[in-house]
Design a protein around this ligand. Sequence first.
Ligand code: KG4
Ligand code: ZN
Length: 355
Amino acid sequence: MILGIESSCDETAAAVVEDGRAIRSSVVASQLDVHARYGGVVPELASREHLRAIVPVVRESLDRAGTQLSDLDAIAVTQGPGLIGSLLVGITYGKALCFASGKPLIAVNHLEGHIHAVAMEAGDFDYPAVALIASGGHTHLFVMPEPERYELAGKTRDDAAGEAYDKVAKLLGFSYPGGPILDRIAPFGNPNAVQFTSPKMKGNPMDFSFSGMKTAVLRWVEARDMHAEIETRKKLAAANPHASLDQWLELTPHPTRDLIASFQATVIDELLRRTIAVAENCDARTVIISGGVACNAGLRQAARNARTAFPIHFPTPSLSTDNAAMIAAAAFPKWKRSEFADFTLPAKASMPLAT
Ligand code: KG4
Ligand code: ZN
């Protein structure tokens, strides 16, 4: 039984997982309301919020699981990648718990956690596997020839996919994070209305680039002088960051809905086309898609329609976004190998899973 602690970005999370699979508890304290007014995560505020939340969140995860520290086999923490001040809170608290209880400490890479979020539900999958992790901070494609071996097949050259969603949404006046809002508006527009040109990139054709799309949206906004319309949405975002779909739709005329639908269709195509190409190239027997953008309804539908020779697995939405159950699950094979960290374990803002 492993207690997982995750604090790499703007969610303070703790979970108790048994045998790497059975979630006994999973508690996530989101800081969305703190960061919403700034339109993105403010690192200094994130660290402070983690400090506030870490003790009650861990306590609640133990209570909900009906366990105590003494029942645990190990404590796992996210070592990186992430915001250094945020990571330090989870790592330091994890070390303190290990010091007090004599339990071993396990270090987990956040990206490996996202991959384990799928394994927890889908069970042992067939290898080789291909994993796409698309979130607010990461867009990485990995080939996994066998469990726990990762080869980097592609990554974003600029913005992460979720970051692109959030930036485009902010530009259009929606509240933060914009990914889920644009996803819900997209079905109300025409996905073929606006053509986004695919960036011409030298080097690895499996790399992603999303920053050009953000610039294209900006140009579109300027050319059509959409500022008045955007202001009405900004007002709603300021008054109610949890506005309903109907409220957003009321302030979003058809040409803007078309723009959003086209943006979403292009991002989905960029993600899925490369993921499938890498999978076909390595004769993958499984594809997994995880990270916050894996919540995207359009992406899930497009994956279902793709009729591939291999299954494409997504975690349930609550396990797609940042959580600590995935950290505890990723720690399980390390616990079996007694792969423990000592108290000098550093936080790592950058921590490649593979090169
Ligand atoms: O994995 P996550 O919780 O945190 C990071 O590790 O970054 O992902 C959060 C990101 C945000 O950028 C958010 O806008 C995006 O995932 N996201 C979505 C959707 N739900 C969350 N993007 C597109 N469509 C969604 N439905
Ligand atoms: Zn994440």
